[in-house]
Design a protein around this ligand. Structure first.
Ligand code: 9YW
Length: 406
């Protein structure tokens, strides 16, 4: 029953060559959503999963960046803010896009799509595009220590995480003349605040004015983004091997970024973001800091410490994973990325636990299943009550459940 409902959500959100995250709230194509959606679609329609990924990479820029939104020209400009008129950007294909990126979880999605149905032509087409996506991050976002930075909270995928409160404190909040559209669908107390939005607009405008090249007032290294980047390199090694190409450069890069993360972002218990302006760690309690468990080369003692933190502070033993630690003063069980449980971050941690701790992976999967069984495929869930929040019929919630039960 739940599986049939999950497929129904994905079918109703399909737009011909990709899937919208949500019909009303997010009516365009989103980058990391498409990766998660492909992972779920691969379970019942690998062809649809391939189409989803290839359509996203069809909007890749010359510099290799995969924009975080690809706009549907048939959807009215005022259906979503910020619209394509705000970003004023286009891909070589002519598609109108945003100019920022999201965590690069796409190599994993491509590999899982291939595993579901080994189509060599697909793998050969997507591989150079995935490599170019990583090249962009190396060329424009890599620090001397080998870590990748982001220039906007939207790039983390976890927009209003309390981890960004400190770096955002330095961002002015003066942008005016825009109308939020999200509050027409979801109640204001479950979304970012107006002040957050003013700062998001401010930062996006500044990046746009620099031709989408220069980091501005918000410039941080995020553990989830770097874990995704490192996992992408290990996955690219596997893909290269499958295609008869040299996997070694990918292996080396995966090892290098894993070592750099442990050296510079690990505080002994949790991975932390680092502020590039001050050069210091942002001491916070985000579930993003647990996701480096996905990295195959993570030293066992680091993995053990993360698992201990997940049990002690994120309730890993008996509840859905909160996006922010339960004991942190900023924890808010219903407001977006400040505490609610999200299926995608839970799924990433589940990936990291499957081989290391299959018992905990099962517990986490059960908790996710309980949330969707009780509340449906909502965007996020109160981890304490399992009550659903945000939009309904949210694509990645449906897609990743299909993968978990497969
Ligand atoms: C917004 C589409 C996107 C996700 C992000 C999430 C949210 C857009 O929705 O951002 O308007 O708030 O934070 O991770 O990709 O699902």
């Amino acid at each position: 029953m739940i599986l049939r409902d999950a497929v129904r959500v994905l079918v109703s959100n399909w737009d011909g060559s990709y899937t919208v995250p949500s019909r009303r709230l997010y009516p365009h194509q989103w980058s990391w959503d498409s990766a998660f959606i492909a992972i779920g679609n691969a379970r019942w329609s690998p062809r649809r999963a391939r189409t989803e990924l290839l359509s996203l990479f069809g909007a890749q820029w010359y510099d290799g960046r995969v924009p975080h939104i690809v706009f549907n020209p048939r959807v009215p400009e005022d259906a979503y803010f910020p619209s394509s008129d705000f970003w004023r950007a286009a891909a070589p294909s002519g598609a109108r896009t945003s100019g920022i990126v999201q965590p690069p979880v796409h190599a994993l999605a491509a590999w899982k799509t291939y595993q579901a149905e080994p189509d060599q032509a697909f793998l050969r087409r997507i591989y150079p595009r995935l490599v170019a996506q990583q090249d962009f991050l190396r060329d424009q976002r890599r620090s001397a220590e080998g870590l990748i930075s982001i220039v906007h909270p939207w790039e983390s995928g976890m927009d209003n995480s309390p981890a960004w409160d400190l770096p955002l404190a330095a961002v002015q909040a003066t942008a005016t003349g825009f109308v939020r559209r999200d509050l027409q669908t979801v109640s204001a107390d479950e979304r970012p605040t107006d002040r957050d939005y003013v700062q998001y607009v401010e930062l996006a405008q500044a990046y746009r004015e620099s031709g989408y090249r220069e980091p501005g007032a918000f410039h941080v290294e995020d553990p989830l983004f770097n874990a995704a980047y490192g996992l992408a390199e290990s996955t690219l090694a596997t893909i290269a091997q499958e295609l008869g190409l040299d996997p070694e450069p990918h292996h080396r890069e995966a090892e290098a970024v894993t070592a750099a993360m442990v050296a510079h972002l690990f505080d002994g218990k949790l991975f932390q973001p680092r502020d590039m302006h001050s050069g210091t760690l942002i001491h916070s309690s985000s579930a993003a800091g647990l996701t480096p468990l996905m990295l195959p080369g993570l030293p066992p003692e680091v993995a053990d410490a993360l698992i201990g933190t997940a049990i002690d502070r994120f309730g890993l033993n008996d509840m859905p994973l909160p996006s922010y630690a339960l004991d942190a003063p900023e924890f808010d069980p219903a407001r977006y990325w400040r505490g609610p449980s999200w299926v995608n971050v839970s799924w990433l941690l589940w990936q990291g636990l499957r081989e290391r701790r299959p018992d905990l992976a099962r517990t986490l999967a059960d908790a996710m299943m309980r949330s969707v069984s009780l509340s449906g495929f909502r965007e996020y869930f109160n981890p304490l009550t399992l009550r659903g929040h945000g939009c309904r019929d949210f694509s990645w919630s449906a897609a990743l459940v299909l993968d978990i039960v497969a």
